[in-house]
Design a protein around this ligand. Structure first.
Ligand code: COA
Length: 223
């Protein structure tokens, strides 16, 4: 899956734009995601734009050993997460990338993230990635958020092919991708450098037509 793009985070240069984006967040429609991400409401979680104030919570949730083990190393300080969050806003404004905060109903701060980045101009092929605090594993948070992010990728940014990469050793990551309906296309040998060691990754994909026909089946499911 996508390596969480923490490593690309840069210095905060445009806090005013970030604050303006946060202010307009609630009124955003799905057609203007580059101005501010839409707020997506599921049965378990809400997905929304990251806020600078999420930094402390994200540090606590994502920098633990069990979460960070198979993803690019997350920031190690609150300030590092603030820079990462500001970077996500700039990349979204540039139309390259979207990063949603995962906020369980009844909470106010982010306990995880879902990311989508374009692999070619126009998002025809895109890559997604995700990380959730381990206290929320196995709770339905992933499935609820994943469905909304995949809908966003296919319906709003018009992705045709959505890729994810997961280290073979990452049982939960691969299990989650299988469960959401992704297809494993192959193994990318020694493709991810982690702690000085090259790891094999599985390449998982979802195509827009497959997702839309699967969604029709879900649509008639009785809950
Ligand atoms: C990836 C992540 C978001 C998934 O969320 P989650 O709440 O753990 O996912 P779920 O519990 O809904 O689904 C995981 C599935 O994998 C299964 N699984 C768990 N360990 C497994 C293993 N060792 N081998 C195979 N499947 C495994 C689970 O049983 C579950 O399937 P089930 O619900 O049918 O039983 C979360 O584990 C996470 O944040 N991990 C750390 C960051 C990360 O690795 N990100 C993904 C990189 S690809």
């Amino acid at each position: 899956m996508e390596k969480t793009s923490f490593r690309d985070a840069q210095t905060v240069t445009n806090l005013q734009a970030v604050i303006a984006a946060a202010r307009t967040e609630k009124t955003t429609t799905t057609s203007d995601w580059k101005q501010a991400l839409p707020v997506l409401t599921g049965s378990v979680v809400t997905l929304r734009e990251l806020r600078i104030s999420d930094a402390m919570s994200l540090l606590a949730m994502l920098s633990t050993e069990e979460v960070a083990r198979f993803i690019s190393p997350p920031p190690t300080t609150v300030e590092g997460f603030e820079r990462f969050i500001a970077w996500t806003h700039r990349e979204r404004a540039a139309g390259n990338y979207a990063c949603f905060a995962v906020v369980p109903h009844g909470m106010d701060t982010a306990i995880g993230i879902f990311q989508v980045r374009q692999l070619e101009p126009g998002f025809g092929t895109a890559e997604w990635g995700f990380a959730v605090g381990s206290g929320f594993w196995g709770t339905g948070v992933f499935m609820d958020g994943a469905r909304m992010v995949i809908d966003f990728a296919f319906d709003t940014i018009h992705t045709h092919r959505l890729e994810a990469r997961a280290a073979i050793l990452n049982g939960r990551g691969n299990g989650a991708l299988r469960k959401i309906g992704a297809m494993q296309e192959g193994i990318l040998r020694k493709s991810f450098l982690r702690n000085g060691e090259y790891l094999d990754q599985a390449l998982w994909t979802i195509l827009d037509e497959d997702w839309k026909s699967q969604r029709v089946v879900w649509g008639v499911r009785i809950h």
